[in-house]
Design a protein around this ligand. Structure first.
Ligand SMILES: Cc1ncc(COP(=O)(O)O)c(C=O)c1O
Length: 407
């Protein structure tokens, strides 16, 4: 399997220690080294090896406009700068911008790129919140949209108009785990004059780096794998485009949907173990997918690592591994799916995903209820698993027991 993760070194256009405000310098090295050190030089004043949670709302100026990189904490603060620098480094982009949630990050990047009368192409199985933001919030101010199957290049071409400014990509998608060929879609979108934004929440930069494949910007719900412990809501945008970064930074400051310093610290701490966590998520997910595939209570397993998954070959090319999310349809339909999600004990019935603990949910009635009765409606027999990093035998025993109960 080929990996697009560039472990070769730094050279990503990030600020040098000299020009960066305190705490945002970066170091070269492999992915895990950057996850632990990028943006997190030991504290200049004390030598503390962990970026301090900087709670100050304002920063002393030696003379008017003469400061050390920070003025007012909505505009920027040292803990947020460390996080922004670190995640930018991991995504291979020059500019990172942190937000109070994944939706706030999506809103900022869309508002930076789209004006009334413009058009957005969405994936036909986009995350429900993305669909709601475009179809029910931005559409109110005259933004138009079309949802298409992004694995069908002709459909993408047909959906693009002169007014199309953004092709929004999610891969793997939530909850169908569809794989989109980022490089191919980016080439088609750029040929039509549109920018490409990739929601990299499911893959994380450890498994896939969209900017290296032609994306103009990457967004994250850092509530998920980046944070990794179900204890912080946050969002990120990373881009290599200085002008776009400036527009997003303007909105970040003007709208103010910024994360608290403590939230930034939590995401930064989570990111340090992203690589090792993802390795275990992926290994456990493979075993879970195999178990589901062999069980009569399951009609169809969706996991990009399975050779019969329609996106398997693309996933092999553009991802390091296939991720920790597994979806499946219950052979007994919606009632069986509902019985199953209520029957597991270690897999907790809850929304969200991407943390150390395993979760199970019913997308049609939970995370994707906002797209019911829309073109993006989800099969009510679908169950989504966020496979955690608990002991694999315990995870398999829990699932086997629940599945046996609905045959
Ligand atoms: C793929 C994806 N993108 C974006 C979001 C929105 O992120 P947040 O809940 O942090 O606002 C989610 C949330 O579940 C998601 O799954």
């Amino acid at each position: 399997m080929t990996s697009h993760v560039d472990d070769a070194g730094d050279g990503l256009g990030r600020p040098s220690p000299e020009e960066a405000p305190f705490g945002v310098s970066t170091r070269g090295g492999g992915f895990e080294t950057r996850a632990i050190h990028a943006g997190q030089e030991p504290d200049e004043a004390t030598g503390a090896v962990v970026a301090p949670i900087s709670l100050a709302t304002t920063f002393a100026q030696d003379a008017v406009g003469d400061h050390r990189g920070f003025e007012y904490a909505r505009t920027g603060n040292p803990t947020r700068a460390a996080l922004e620098s670190c995640v930018a480094s991991l995504e291979g982009g020059a500019h990172g911008l942190a937000f109070a949630s994944g939706m706030a990050a999506e809103d900022a990047v869309l508002r930076a790129l789209v004006r009334p009368g413009d058009h957005v192409v969405l994936p036909s199985d986009a995350y429900g919140g993305t669909y709601r933001l475009v179809a029910r919030v931005l559409a109110e101010s005259g933004v138009e949209w079309t949802a298409v199957d992004l694995t069908d290049l002709r459909a993408v071409g047909a959906a693009c108009r002169d007014a199309t400014k953004v092709v929004w990509v999610e891969t793997p998608t939530n909850p169908m785990l569809t794989i989109v060929d980022i490089e191919t879609v980016a080439t088609a979108a750029h040929a039509n004059g549109a920018r490409v934004v990739v929601d990299n929440t499911f893959a994380t930069p450890y498994l896939q780096q969209p900017i290296s494949l032609g994306a103009d910007a990457v967004v994250h719900s850092s509530t998920k794998y980046l944070g990794g412990h179900s204890d912080v809501v946050g969002g990120m945008v990373v881009t290599d485009d200085a002008e776009l970064a400036e527009s997003i930074a303007f909105l970040q400051n003007a709208v103010g949907a910024v994360p608290s310093p403590f939230d930034c610290f939590l995401v930064l701490r989570g990111v340090k173990t992203l690589g090792v966590r993802m390795d275990r998520h992926c290994t456990n997910a493979r075993a879970v997918a195999d178990l589901l595939g062999d069980h009569p209570a399951v009609a169809r397993v969706l996991w990009p690592g399975l050779p019969d998954h329609p996106g398997h070959d693309v996933a092999r090319r553009q991802m390091r591994h296939f991720g920790g999310m597994v979806s499946f349809t219950a052979a007994g339909g919606e009632q069986a799916a509902l019985a199953l999600v209520a029957a597991t004990q270690l897999f907790t019935l809850a929304e969200s995903l991407g943390a150390v603990e395993s979760l199970i949910e019913h997308p049609a009635r939970m995370t994707h209820a906002s797209v019911a009765d829309s073109p993006l409606a989800v099969d009510p027999a679908l169950v989504r698993l966020s496979v955690g990093i608990e002991s694999l035998d315990d995870l398999l025993a829990d699932l086997r027991h629940a599945l046996d109960g609905v045959v």
